[in-house]
Design a protein around this ligand. Structure first.
Ligand SMILES: Nc1ncnc2c1ncn2[C@@H]1O[C@H](COP(=O)(O)OP(=O)(O)OP(=O)(O)O)[C@@H](O)[C@H]1O
Length: 212
């Protein structure tokens, strides 16, 4: 379960509350709304100025939280000379995942033909697929995805949707960010809309109204 109470980051996020016990939640909002800040706080990358976050009971900056969470930032930089397969293997070892987990992650993101290529030769979308495969390998219970739809093509997005569906069917949780509702209509059930660092609306994606 993810629980956020009165979370505050000076100048970036004010008094955010949210609770996710099942399924997927989208953080919606325009540039600068505070989506990445909230995800960064959940990911333990940023320190809050006030309020609390609990991820399955863990403080987000603790080792316990790191074990239950995958965080895929918007722009992840890998060492450019490493091949895709070396990054996936390093991720597997770090997580204590199995060879089967690595093969599944590779297949889920359709990376088979790119395994021998160094990162420097991969396009932005293929780097994003590699980041997702490395981070989501082994199904950590909570997935935090910062704008996963922005770099992926239609096929990549469908692959992520299928992988997320399998994760959710096993009781996993997902929190992801997006600018527009149509980007997440097939990715999330619940949404929280942010504007100027404040939550202005929450509800079910099916019934969400775009602000006028
Ligand atoms: N490193 C930083 N230091 C100080 N302020 C920051 C920093 N990064 C972002 N901000 C500010 O925090 C606010 C929220 O930014 P944030 O990146 O969380 O928004 P966002 O909704 O993710 O935007 P985008 O859609 O452009 O990625 C903005 O006012 C931004 O200028």
């Amino acid at each position: 379960m993810v629980e956020v109470v009165a979370l505050h980051k000076k100048g970036r996020l004010a008094d955010a509350h949210l609770r996710l016990t099942a399924g997927s939640l989208a953080l919606l909002g325009p540039n600068g709304a505070g989506k990445s800040t909230l995800l960064g706080l959940l990911a333990g990358r940023l320190k809050a100025d006030g309020g609390t976050v609990r991820l399955f009971g863990h403080d987000p900056r603790s080792l316990g939280a790191a074990r239950v969470r995958a965080y895929i930032p918007q722009h992840l930089t890998f060492p450019p000379t490493l091949r895709a397969e070396e990054i996936l293997e390093a991720a597997r070892r770090l997580k204590g995942a199995t060879l089967q987990d690595r093969a599944e992650a590779t297949g889920r993101m359709g990376l088979e033909a790119h395994l021998k290529r160094p990162v420097a030769q991969l396009s932005g979308g293929w780097r994003q697929r590699l980041a997702l495969a490395a981070g989501l390998m082994g199904y950590p219970p909570l997935w935090l995805l910062d704008e996963p739809a922005s770099a992926l093509d239609t096929e990549g997005l469908e692959r992520l949707q299928d992988w997320m569906a399998a994760h959710l069917a096993m009781g996993g949780l997902v929190i992801l960010s997006a600018h527009r509702q149509e980007e997440i209509s097939r990715l999330a059930e619940q949404f929280v809309r942010l504007e100027n660092g404040r939550v202005i609306q929450q509800g079910s994606v099916n019934y969400a109204q775009e602000p006028s």
